[in-house]
Design a protein around this ligand. Sequence first.
Ligand code: BTN
Length: 259
Amino acid sequence: MGTTMVNTGLWGARLHHFDTLPSTNQWMIEHMGSCAHGDVVRAISQTAGRGRFQRPWIAPAGLCLTFSVLFRRGADDWLHPVIGQAAALAVLAALEPYAVPALLKWPNDVLVHERKIAGILAEKTPDGHGVVLGIGLNVNLAEADLAAIQLLQPATSMWIETGLPLDIEAIFAGLLGALQSTLDQVMQNGKPYLLECWRPHDALAGRPISIHTADTTISGLYTGMDVEGRLCLKDDTGRAHTFWAGDVSIRHRDAPRDR
Ligand code: BTN
């Protein structure tokens, strides 16, 4: 059986393909004037891939999936604040056929055995009305490739988790299909449905965590994600907090330091 090659974006929109770009998110932001809702831009390698909090996202050429999707202003704008979470669910669905036991870490990381396998970056378009959703999935990275990269947190790949090198084109096709169907289902069933799908796979459930924002760090017990996509936490004095954004670290009960 031949490889399934993707030739369209979401909902039949266009796929823009590049061997190299600085960043697919940046390309989409710069070209949104000529792109439509659902257009996808993919690059085999990025020279300035970026992650959350302006951190670099390093993905060696040909070993990872790196692409971005444009969501324009429209009838389903309510979805924009939780689009990263919906995308994380789609990554989980795309990993399922490969029996990779992934979990979700708020706001939208995908972890396997507490190592990150995929990162998602949702950025508002400069006009403030749309969203560019960028996904990076580690496919055929070996442990030696990861060792060569300066990582801010432990990472893994589909190859490491399955023991097999995988067909990246088939994984791209599966992930775009999963993204479209997850978004369709969330648009049809609303945010409570998204939360219902998230809960059984929540890597933070019952865990002591710290959340770091631009102004503060607060530690306590994770009490879940709410229906708006906010992180909920009870601090050590029993006070409840909610966060729209932040960087979460899991506190290990037997370790004095955050990881
Ligand atoms: C994170 O976990 O910090 C988010 C990482 C997002 C990386 C992807 S790769 C495709 C797209 N283009 C970018 O420059 N970033 C996102």
